[in-house]
Every structure is written in structure tokens, then in C-alpha cells.
Design a protein around this ligand. Sequence first.
Ligand SMILES: *Cc1c(COP(=O)(O)O)cnc(C)c1O
Length: 344
Amino acid sequence: MIRNDIKQISAYPVPERDGMIRLDAMESPYGLPDTLRAEWLKTLAEVEINRYPDSGMRDLRERLAERENVAPEQILIGNGSDEIIQMLLIAAEPGTCVFPQPTFVMYELISRWLRRPTASMPLERDFSLSAEQFLKLCAREKASIAFLACPNNPTGNLWPEETVRRIAEGFRGLLILDEAYAPFSERSHVGLVSEHVAVLRTFSKIGWAGLRFGYLIGEARFVEHLNKVRLPYNVNALTQASARLFLRHFDVFEEQARCIRAERGRVTAALMALEKVTVFPSQANFVLVRVPGADEVFEHLLARGILVKNLSRAGGLLSDTLRITIGTREENDRLLAALKEVLE
Ligand SMILES: *Cc1c(COP(=O)(O)O)cnc(C)c1O
């Protein structure tokens, strides 16, 4: 009844997190300020949930277009950017999907659902990426679509501008620049959007993870075609109403992102001071560290009520690594204290 290759896939594991300090999933640690929360509840109370949501979302696309300095026709909104990745892999010409390794797992996973072949370009030991090698792989595979997370997850680094530009110029297929971490990064690539380059954005990492709201910026013609594989009511009415309100108060989320960037600097410095820890500089809201005996360190943190992401089982470049999402100042202090305890 179920395809054999689907049976072989292991489901994405979501750990038990009740009562834990959650530094595992790149969520914002901050909730809504009280006044905004009160206004939000009033807004939600007015939503007519007996009606289908607005399918075209013209007003939201206009808002986002204004923020990004593009035309509303260049914006497509998804139920999280994950959904847009799926739409892209449905709509792109048949052919291999190429991405660096390690990177965000959904590019590979959704390709497999859709029986699209994949090929990955291993990163160097310092997590850098050679544009020439990447382009060679794309040519050899006759790739029709490629993803570059900028900054990359789970490594946290941002490819140099020159690397991204050379890949954008040299690749003839569809290049998707996934900017899930743009709010924490020094650079965006909206300027590279062209007939074969599009940029993905999401507000999940800056406080909206539970709403599921992401968008793509591309050329109007491209967006028009991609829109044909969008489910008619993909973004629900509560999320649309929330997004309308929150986009009017976006300074709240920008300020929270500033706090996370500042905390990232503080946490990075404190981790670097720990002798056994190798810290990989990050432009995202998490830091990747390498620490001997990462499995035991992970278990020790867990016993202290702190959940991080243990990537060591992936092996290779990720052996003995933990990915730590930046939390509130207090949460970060608890993490640093628990790490010191286990490493000393
Ligand atoms: C978290 C993440 C996403 C998914 O974001 P949603 O909008 O929550 O679906 C996409 N790309 C990368 C690189 C991510 O880390």
C-alpha cells in the first residue's frame, strides 16, 4: 500500500521537550510583549473561521514586497518555507537536485518523496564550499535545481558573496538561496534574484515558528508559474490575521533578533574560553561546537534540563558536534554553567 522507498525513510525524530530549556530547534526564546499579545487575541477573535482564508493574500504580499523592495508579483507565501521547498521540487524540471553536505535536511528528504535524484557536495573541513567544485557537480549531474542555505544550517557559516555570485552566474538550472537565518546574518541575496535565482525567507526563527509563515522572492513570471502548484488555501486564516498584525509591529521582532545576535556574541566568546570546545563562528541564531565525547556531554545537558541538538551521529564533518540554539540570557547562562561542569 505504501511505496517501498517511503517505508525505508526514518521519520524525522521530534524529542520530548516538556519542561526543558529548548535550545535544539532554532526557535526564538522570546514570546510576545503583553500589549501586543492582547491586541493579537482581539484580532484573532474577529477571524471568520467558517470562511476559507484569502487565497491570493494580495495585501500581505504587498506588505512583504514593500519590506523587500520588490513588486508584490514577486512574492509567494507558503505554510512555512518548508512548503515552498516542496513546491519548488514539484515544479522544477525533472533532474538532479544538488546541495552542499551537511545542510538543511529537507532538500534531500522532499526530493526523495518526489523521486527526484539528489547529489551533494561535501564541504571542506572548515565548512567552506568551492564554487568551482559545486558547479562541476551540477554540470556532471545535469542538475535542474540546487539549494544553498545562506547562512548554512547546521554549520552556521555564510558563504562568501563571491562564492554565491559565481554559483548564481555559472549554474544554468534553478538556484534557490534559502535565507531562513537572514535576520541574524550580515548579508542578504535579494539583489541576485533573476529568471533562474530565487530567495526563500521565513519568520520562523524570529518568533513565528508556530504560525508557519514563509515566502519566496523571485521574478514575477517564475512566481506566476510556481503559484500553480500552491494549494489554494495553504496559509490558514489565523496565520494570515496574525501576520497582518505582526508586520505592522515588526520592530518588536527586529529588536528580539538584535538581542539574539548580541547573545550569540556573548555565548560564542564564553564557549571559546572553554579549552576542550571548538566553536564554529555563526551568522545564525545557533552555534555549532565540537567537543570530545559529544554524546556524553549531550546526556549531561539533558540531565540538567537542557536540550540541544546532538549531530554527532551524522558522523564525518559533524562527528562530536552539538548545535546549540541561542536562548535568553538566563538560558544561555544555564547552558554555559552546565557545560563547564561537565568539561572540568
Ligand atoms: C528552519 C529552516 C527552514 C524551515 O523554515 P520554516 O519556514 O519553519 O518551514 C528552511 N530552511 C532552513 C535552512 C532552515 O534552517
